[in-house]
Design a protein around this ligand. Sequence first.
Ligand code: HEM
Length: 460
Amino acid sequence: MPFLRPNHLHRQFTALAQAHGPIYKIQTPSKLLVVVSSPALAREVLRANESTFSVRPTSIAVKILGYGGMEVGTLPWGPDWAGLRKILVRDVLSNRALDTCRALRERAVAAGIREIRADSVGKPTRVFDAAFKLVVDSTLAMLWGGGGGADFAAEYREATREVSQLMGRPNVSDAFPLLAMFDLQGVQREAAELAARMDGMISSVIERRLGDLAGKKGTASKDLLQILLEVQGGGGDLSTGSLIASTSSVHFKGLILDIAGGGTNTTAMLIEWAITELLNNEEVMIKVVQELDRIVGPKSLMDDHHLKELSYLNAVVKETCRLHLAMVARVAGQPCTIGGYSIPKGATVLINTWAIHRDPQLWADPLQFRPERFLNEVENGPRGNNFQFLPFGSGRRVCPGQPLAVNTLKYVLATLLHSFDWKLPAGTELELEDKFGIVIKKMNPLVLVPTPRLLNLELY
Ligand code: HEM
């Protein structure tokens, strides 16, 4: 334990696997961690023992922030979790549902690009901040038409940022539950205040929409909230009907929270990493920009239908996910055997995707950023099915937001690269150092200077 460095856990866990093999344990003061680092063992955990590992580790802050553990990510396996997840996957985040609100997203991203053009051109700009704003605004636009105005969006962004920070902060009460009643670091108090703020915002959006519907104002383009209200109004099916019988139920609002908060931070961080890798690999950047110029052209703005044709950009996104995501975590619900070793009930099993995604036996030149490896599917085979590539986890608790996340990531990244040239400010150097967290962050933020690329400045 004394040798573990919190910022470097992903590297240290990988080095330990190289020394001790693809399965080992670490006893912390409060829990037993089992780290697995091979596709075969990941398959044993996520497929062969799927029901044993159907629960994710959680924390006091995560539970408080997730409506007391009532949203999909924190609910234990059971009928409530299954019913809500079904609504999320089948009704609200299906490709068909997402297709109905693409225009809302396009408008939100175009507005964000205009702001960068007005405020940031020629100035050092934090890429994460620019990406985060576009990702949150586009998600909220798809979710509830972005209504509420710029102040509301800014307040929501700020709260989302605070949620990610609080969820990543170590809390001694998680390690020693007996201390929870003292809330020594004030995490519970902060989480409760933040949860109340988030709930206030979500409730106000729902009330405004219900008021609009009562006044028959309606929305120009159907959004995800509208789809959710239709499922709710229709009573859902037997498994889901009573869970979201009321729009003020924690389950109904928890679904909104899952969409509005789930993954915005991760998506923006992956965009920051993608641009970092592109600057570090000039020939890859040239190919991405050439593809954008060929498919979108320098005289028009990106729109959603271009995405299907941007196959090289798609490979860039996959390669970024390969190199910059860390772990999938599950808890053993009962004693079991993994890789021939006994795993006691309650042990936390970490699937070290960082190690699997960089294993030289699975990937040629694993440390190189080479999107081409994802272009030739025949050469590479179905990596996800082989548990070699797990950016969104696997099994019944696989990320339900994957279609939205991948689409938003590609759309925002492509728009930023198509609209601006991004250069390092004079006298600075590109930094690649990272630090461990719920997602792998850059140690220092990427700061770049944007310059417009589009020929017709009226387009911005
Ligand atoms: C690039 C962005 C994202 C990444 C890398 C990501 C990754 C993941 C991973 C690794 C898991 C755990 C899977 C497992 O245990 O097997 C997960 C779960 C989850 N994700 Fe995402 N995610 C992203 C975006 C999103 C978005 C946009 C949403 C919401 C719309 C979302 C909602 C969720 C939920 C609700 C769960 C819990 C599912 C359950 O427990 O049944 N994620 N995500």
